[in-house]
Design a protein. Structure first.
Length: 222
């Protein structure tokens, strides 16, 4: 019984977040926090464009609060808008930007490398971008772009790695974009970004190139 209640609450929260994003499509909305208390339900929106969400004299926020109150039966919803200082370090906004441009026909490899560079240049310790779906044909594929140092497991990964997800809907089918960003710097890492291949395909090409070079050296020694 408790599990059903927990699952139902999680579904309601996801539905509410999706509804809020759909109402503010023109604004760049990053993370959404929903905090339930006995007195109020506080909804915190993180965005790079607070003015588009607040509206003239706060009218848009008031309308949204009334809509949420009636549609989701939430008493006394309080919407708080917080400005994101650097959009390049927000994984949700980065994922949404990649999704929008994939829908516009931009090549996914170009986007993966471009946003990887932007995020690292903005000051990230590490970044991983995973693009999954029908990227260039009928079969689904997975492309991974990565740089720097990123914790993968344990409590530090949950605490220090920010995650964002967005869904693109091009003609071939849905494409999922996952962005992970870490901004804290571990004390025991001397260099956080060493030269390395940008994606799995480039990595494979690098291995092939190294193998061919080794073969040529062996022939020269014979």
């Amino acid at each position: 019984m408790k599990e059903r209640i927990f699952i139902q609450k999680a579904k309601e929260q996801i539905e509410l977040e999706e509804f809020i994003r759909s109402q503010f499509r023109q604004a760049k909305v990053g993370d959404i926090e929903i905090q339930h208390t006995p007195v109020v339900t506080r909804i915190v929106l993180y965005t790079t464009t607070p003015g588009l969400i607040i509206g003239s004299g706060g009218e848009r926020i008031k309308e949204m609060a009334e809509t949420i109150k009636s549609k989701y039966k939430i008493d006394n919803p309080q919407i708080d808008v917080q400005k994101i200082e650097d959009a390049d370090l927000d994984p949700v906004i980065s994922a949404q930007s990649i999704a929008n441009q994939i829908e516009g026909g931009v090549n996914y490899k170009r986007l993966g490398n471009y946003y990887l560079d932007r995020i690292m240049q903005a000051g990230a310790t590490g970044c991983e971008i995973i693009i999954t779906g029908k990227l260039s044909g009928e079969r689904s594929r997975r492309e991974r772009f990565y740089a720097g140092y990123l914790k993968k497991c344990g409590e530090p990964a949950r605490r220090e790695v920010m995650k964002g997800f967005a869904l693109a809907n091009p003609k071939l089918g849905n494409i999922g974009i996952t962005v992970k960003i870490m901004t804290t710097r571990p004390d025991n890492i001397m260099s956080i970004r060493e030269p390395q291949p940008r994606n799995e395909e480039a990595r494979q090409q690098e291995k092939t190139k190294d193998g061919n070079t080794q073969d040529e050296e062996n022939k020269g020694n014979e």
